[in-house]
Design a protein around this ligand. Sequence first.
Ligand code: NDP
Ligand code: HEM
Length: 503
Amino acid sequence: MSKTPVYTTTNGKPISDPFSTQRVSIEKEGYQYAPPVGPLLVQDFKLIDSLANFDRERIPERVVHAKGAGAFGYFEVTDDISDICCSKFLDTIGKKTRTFTRFSTVGGEKGSSDTARDPRGFATKFYTEEGNLDLVYNNTPIFFIRDPTKFPHFIHTQKRNPQTNLKDANMFWDYLTANPESLHQVMYLFSNRGTPANLRAMNGYSGHSYKWYNSKGEWQYVQVHFKSTLGFKTLNNEEAGELDKKNPDHHTKDLFDAIAQGDYPVWDCYIQTMTQDEAKKLPFSVFDLTKVWPHKDFPLRHFGRLVLNENPQNYFAEVEQAAFSPSNTVPGMEASNDPVLQSRLFSYPDTHRHRLGANFVQIPVNCPLKSGSFAPQIRDGPMCVNGNLGATPNYAGAYNCPVQYTAQAKPSGSKPDEQYQGEVVPFHWEVTDYDFSQPGKLWDVLGKQPGEQDALAHNVAVHVINAIEPIQERVCEYFSKANPEIGEKIHNELQSLRRSGKM
Ligand code: NDP
Ligand code: HEM
């Protein structure tokens, strides 16, 4: 029997000529050309089937992080951290867990440039024996906001103007300068790390504080760092622009080609840990996403490595349909009270139901390992393709269907959680001078590497030159809060751009 597949319509009917259409033949007489054919017939299911499916090929793109590239791989435990975390996938040195990672830019559309100045998403799904764990990180250790209500406002300003449909430097900088807790992230973004050389040579950071439990039920705050074994390689502003002109999909191609050639990217995985008592003594809130945990106070501890060694077979099925959420945790790991993280726990599954449909978890790339698990609460819904749990009861605790209730996020005997008592208040996180202290330290870090401070000033100036002058002045004041030298350098750079007419 031939192994060559048979071309069919969607109901499986073999088709002899995929490109013919059913048309009414007409009298030849009077027509110069052949064949003589009249109108098309709606009964031509082969054609209608093909066109109707084509019409429905697009799903909504992600509202943020729309442009991305991904690959399968594995996570390997290299060090024992059982004193910190009791998740089973971490319980043995050498244990490997299959993963899927998607990298992305944030603000651009699905077809936008890979080399744009933007944070990069770094999302990894771990298919563990205790369910899917998603680490939905960025390549920056901090973020623009710490009040989740600001997220839609902030994102709107980084996208297109509602009238012109153009990127708009006025609204971009207007928002940021009016919300100066963003400064730390903006400095990171406008340093050369805002234009990574490729996706393989950049780091990933949890940004948020998470809570991890050991088997005694003791918990600590944890931040995770994925550090590329290639180091963090960057482009300068002009190199990024040139690369964009040559190939706007440069990062996607680089990742695919490297994996295809067996040059697998590797990240060393570390945690920083902090007890609740240590958190109380911090000069900032442990739930403040605009802050890092200083390395000298909270040193990195190695626990594993992430290797990407398998390209997707089909981009749409596996990369476009991948659905990551910080709410996908496994026993031993929990979200902290960081309000941005708490909001994300809602937002991701919500957008997945919109973007992919209520049964998005049945899509193979999103499906947890199945053996022995039973979730009868999830039934029916559009595009239910997994047998819908057959004849088993659609509720837990049925007399004829015993179910085990086993692992919990918190092991038994857990230390009491944080306790809060007080009035419900409309909290607005005020900006204080301390908020500019870590951006000031970042300026010093950049100062240790030749040209990095000047690059930051240049990268800001060539962007903000497109805004009106009062906003340009606000931008200089904004950066001066970290160190007056930055504002001065940007001011000088702006003047020289104006003089040279490069605007
Ligand atoms: P240290 O002063 O001990 O070390 C500086 C760290 O900064 C490095 O470990 C490196 O982190 C990162 N770094 C190096 N070069 C650059 C660069 N060109 N652009 C951005 N980051 C760079 O760090 P501290 O913990 O005391 O933090 C000082 C400042 O460093 C912070 O305010 C923060 O802006 C930045 N930083 C801190 C991180 C943290 O988690 N503590 C992580 C990244 C940046 P890495 O090896 O992770 O690249
Ligand atoms: C993607 C919301 C903050 C990392 C997304 C998506 C939404 C979203 C709706 C699209 C998801 C999809 O369609 O599958 C939010 C909200 C935030 C927030 C409401 C704050 C209130 C953050 C932060 C980080 C982050 C702080 C990193 C620390 C990512 C990543 C993706 C993403 C990596 C892409 C995931 C993928 O590759 O599919 N976010 N986000 N986000 N977000 Fe956030």
